[in-house]
Design a protein. Structure first.
Length: 57
């Protein structure tokens, strides 16, 4: 698991930062923060682990 992704999610869920504030603080896009938080809510900590970007076929 990539620790930075989990830190970003925890900043939003535990510290109460908005997605925009977390994005600015950690140098990522607001959309990426939204994606990470959604994955975390659906899959837990394993949901924010890096995923392959290679084609499936």
């Amino acid at each position: 698991m990539k620790p930075k992704n989990l830190v970003i999610v925890r900043a939003v869920t535990d510290q109460g930062l908005t997605h925009a504030e977390a994005a600015t603080r950690y140098g990522v896009t607001r959309q990426w923060v939204h994606t990470l938080v959604r994955r975390y809510e659906q899959e837990g900590p394993d949901g924010v682990a890096p995923r392959s970007r290679a084609p499936r076929a």
